[in-house]
Design a protein around this ligand. Structure first.
Ligand SMILES: [Zn+2]
Length: 112
């Protein structure tokens, strides 16, 4: 499962940060997830609940902020949300040029 390895590396990064800062526990992890990244937020949450049990992040809350991709119409230049299945301009039916949506990174970690 794709989400499992992503969750494992996310927790590894967080725990390393926690060790560097000599924290006792992890309170909150904020993750930014693009809607076109192919990663399912609910699966990440599920994997996180399982993996965190054996770590100092066992009480941590995972907050996932899903962000959409931006599309710009190549015909009429309108700007709108794009994808995951919709890459057609809603104004004129032209093709959208897509920017962003592939984000996947830890934005903030709250430690104690
Ligand atoms: Zn258009």
């Amino acid at each position: 499962m794709h989400e499992l390895s992503i969750t494992e590396s996310m927790i590894a990064i967080v725990l390393e940060t926690a060790r560097e800062q000599k924290a006792k526990r992890v309170i909150k992890i904020e993750l930014v997830l693009g809607r076109l990244s192919g990663v399912v937020g609910e699966s990440l949450q599920f994997c996180f609940e399982v993996i965190k049990r054996e770590t100092m992040a066992r009480d941590a809350e995972l907050v996932i902020e899903e962000i959409p991709a931006r599309g710009t119409c190549m015909d009429c230049n309108a700007s709108m949300e794009a994808g995951p299945y919709d890459f057609i301009c809603r104004e004129c039916g032209g093709p959208l040029e897509v920017a962003g949506g592939n984000e996947l990174y830890v934005r903030a970690v709250e430690l104690e």
